[in-house]
Design a protein around this ligand. Structure first.
Ligand code: DX5
Ligand code: ZN
Length: 222
């Protein structure tokens, strides 16, 4: 199967005071996805933004909204985020008690569905759900903050997930989030990553079109 490389810039590292302009700049620079980090101060020790802000910006952007929910009991808010215009909703396996139900709900309500795993969480937590997922997210830092160092053992985890994916659902995308940069992109893609999230290593290096190209080149996509 031909695999396409996608970069999903994490808005956590953008200028929050200029969110609408940043989204426009990403679109202008040829990006297709954008990553929203939603944090509740409970699942992770930080608070960011919620559905009303995403909804307000939805009107201004055609980008694919990749919404990463780092919140406890995400099932309580799925309808709100879909109503806000999320194209894909990613919940953490550690944050919801009945993961299969949560995944089914997201699909039933019409969004694409992903499950994220913290670095120390086993792949076996999602093994049976792989056939139902559009994407699985391997966290390569402990979620909560941008600009952290990539945890090396997660590279093996990506590789092992890619093997499971080949058996159970070749269409499922593998996303990696935390400490991704052009420097480690070749290894991540080689291990099986399709979608890389990048916050600090993207927004810290304008212009965005050139930085996107640097990632694409590192991934062997251009
Ligand atoms: C971490 C977030 C990430 C983060 C990535 O909790 O889920 O999306 O912002 O930022 P960098 O690329 O700076 O590690
Ligand atoms: Zn994220």
């Amino acid at each position: 199967m031909e695999r396409e490389f996608i970069l999903s810039p994490s808005l956590l590292s953008c200028d929050f005071g200029r969110l609408a302009d940043e989204l426009a700049a990403l679109e202008e620079a040829g990006l297709k996805w954008v990553h929203w980090d939603v944090m509740d101060g409970r699942f992770v020790p930080n608070i960011t933004l919620g559905a009303p802000i995403i909804k307000a910006l939805r009107k201004r952007s055609k980008l694919f909204f990749d919404v990463h929910l780092m919140i406890e009991e995400p099932e309580r808010y799925i309808a709100d985020f879909i109503d806000a215009g999320a194209d894909l909703i990613c919940v953490h396996a550690e944050a919801t008690r009945h993961l299969e139900r949560t995944v089914s709900e997201i699909r039933r309500m019409g969004a694409k569905c992903a499950v994220a795993l913290n670095p120390a969480t086993s792949l076996f937590d999602i093994e049976y759900l792989i056939p139902q997922l559009d994407m699985a997210l391997i966290m390569s830092v402990n979620p909560g903050f941008g600009g952290q160092k990539f945890i090396p053992f997660t590279l093996d985890k990506i590789h092992e997930l890619a093997l499971l994916r080949d058996d159970w659902n070749p269409e499922m995308l593998i996303q990696v989030d935390g400490g991704c940069a052009p420097e480690n992109t070749p290894d991540l893609v080689e291990a099986g990553a399709d979608v890389l999230v990048s916050g600090s290593a993207f927004f810290g290096f304008p212009p965005y079109r050139e930085r996107h190209e640097t990632f694409l080149r590192a991934a062997g996509a251009i």
